[in-house]
Design a protein. Structure first.
Length: 184
């Protein structure tokens, strides 16, 4: 069985202290690093918000969010736990393909989900930040593109903007409606 780990937006601006911090972001990144060290994947896809300075999602440009993940800034960089974790996977000699997908590069379009290209994959595990936006939308886009593959949101390896039990229950239900599996 060929597997793919999709690590969504584990970037400096999305963890505690970042410009669009999600509570639990640092914990989620540490957990994802542990997953990288303990589980073999054939493909690893890293998604990154990578906005131009005039992006439409920024409040100062009429959008909803504070300025975040501006191209080539510290906030847009992957968390050290993630880049180091992927590096150690490569150093130990695992046969793995690593791809980075940038999203949000068109200043006129808001993109929460990333369009993943990883053919001949039986199972996609989706993890990262923020569960209720980018992780969920990436899972939906992946299931739409690969309807015969298993798409699994591994919720223990995520952080959500709204981390209430009610919101997690709503997200889990939404996943079920889309035939996306939910794993605690």
């Amino acid at each position: 069985m060929r597997t793919c780990l999709v690590i969504v937006d584990c970037q400096n601006d999305f963890v505690e202290g970042g410009s669009l911090a999600v509570a639990g972001g640092e914990r989620a990144c540490r957990a994802v690093n542990g997953l990288l060290q303990s589980t073999h994947y054939d493909v690893i896809v890293l998604t990154e918000d990578f906005h131009p300075v005039d992006h439409c999602s920024f409040a100062e440009n009429g959008g909803t969010w504070p300025v975040h993940c501006v191209q080539n800034t510290y906030g847009a960089h992957l968390r050290e736990e993630i880049s180091g974790g992927v590096g150690s996977v490569l150093q130990r000699g695992d046969s793995v393909t690593v791809t980075v997908v940038h999203k949000g590069m068109d200043s006129r379009i808001e993109e929460y989900g990333a369009s993943i290209t990883a053919d001949n994959i039986d199972r996609f595990d989706i993890v990262g930040i923020a569960l209720d936006y980018c992780v969920l939308e990436t899972a939906k886009l992946t299931k739409k593109r690969y309807p015969e593959s298993r798409v699994v949101v591994k919720s223990a390896y995520t952080a959500a903007v709204d981390d209430s039990p009610e919101n997690r229950e709503r997200i889990e239900k939404s996943c079920g409606e889309e035939k996306i599996e939910w794993e605690r």
